[in-house]
Write a protein that binds this ligand. Structure first.
Ligand SMILES: CC(C)(COP(=O)(O)OP(=O)(O)OC[C@H]1O[C@@H](n2cnc3c(N)ncnc32)[C@H](O)[C@@H]1OP(=O)(O)O)[C@@H](O)C(=O)NCCC(=O)NCCS
Length: 176
C-alpha cells in the first residue's frame, strides 16, 4: 500500500473523479463515502457542493458537516477509492449511516484498499474530536464487514433498515 495516499479533492483531480464515477455507472453498488457524487455529472459542481458541506456555516439545509477524501494510487494517479467522514451523524444517519463511508471502484477491489483507507482516515476522525466512530454494513456486504472488523470494529447490534428492509450491523471503532 506504499503507493496510496488519502488526499482532499480539488480541481486537479476532475478527470479522475469523472472516471471514478463512470466506473460505478454500470454497477448497482452505491457510491458510499462519496457524498452525492452520483448526482453530479460535472465534478466541478460536486467540488463546490463538498466545499459547502465542509464548513459549518455553509452546510446546505438537510445536509451535515462532512469531509471527503480521495484514495489516490500515486504510481498512475488513479482514484481507486473514496472515503468520507460525517462529523456528527444525526437522525436516521445515527442509526443507518454512521460516521465513515467508503467505496472502492469495481476494477480495483479485493486488493486491500478499503481496509487501508479506513485505517488511514481514523487519525483524521480523532483530530476532529471523535473518540469513537460508528460504521454500518449489511451482513451480505462481506467485504465491508471484514474491512470494519480488520480495523477493530465491534458489533453493537443489528437494525432493520426501513429503506432496504435488511438487517444492518452497527459497529464501533474506539479511537483512543
Ligand atoms: C465493500 C468494499 C468497499 C470493499 O472494498 P475492497 O477494497 O474490495 O476491500 P478489501 O480489499 O480491503 O477487502 C477486505 C476483506 O474483505 C474481503 N472481500 C472484499 N470483497 C469481498 C466480496 N465481495 N466477497 C467476499 N469477501 C470480500 C477481502 O478478501 C478481504 O478479506 P481478507 O481481509 O480476509 O483478505 C467494496 O466492495 C465497495 O466499494 N462496495 C460498494 C460500496 C460499499 O458497499 N461500501 C461500504 C458501505 S457499508
Amino acid at each position: 500500500m506504499d503507493d496510496l495516499i488519502l488526499i482532499r479533492p480539488d480541481e486537479g483531480y476532475l478527470a479522475w473523479i469523472r472516471e471514478f464515477r463512470g466506473e460505478f455507472a454500470g454497477c448497482l453498488d452505491w457510491l458510499h463515502g462519496a457524498q452525492g457524487l452520483k448526482h453530479y455529472e460535472d465534478p466541478s459542481e460536486w467540488l463546490r457542493y463538498l466545499a459547502l458541506c465542509g464548513n459549518e456555516s455553509t452546510v446546505p439545509e438537510g445536509d451535515h458537516l462532512y469531509s471527503q477524501f480521495l484514495c489516490v494510487r500515486q504510481t498512475d494517479g488513479k482514484i481507486v477509492g473514496m472515503v468520507g467522514v460525517r462529523h456528527r451523524p444525526v437522525g436516521p444517519l445515527e442509526t443507518w449511516g454512521g460516521h465513515v463511508g467508503y467505496c472502492v471502484c469495481p476494477s480495483e477491489r479485493r486488493k486491500g484498499y478499503a481496509t487501508w483507507m479506513l485505517r488511514e482516515v481514523l487519525p483524521y476522525c480523532r483530530s476532529i474530536g471523535l473518540s469513537r466512530v460508528l460504521l454500518t454494513a449489511g451482513d451480505e456486504n462481506v467485504g465491508s464487514v471484514k474491512t470494519i472488523l480488520a480495523n477493530g470494529g465491534v458489533l453493537e447490534n443489528h437494525v432493520v433498515s426501513p429503506k432496504h428492509h435488511i438487517p444492518v450491523g452497527r459497529y464501533w471503532i474506539e479511537l483512543s
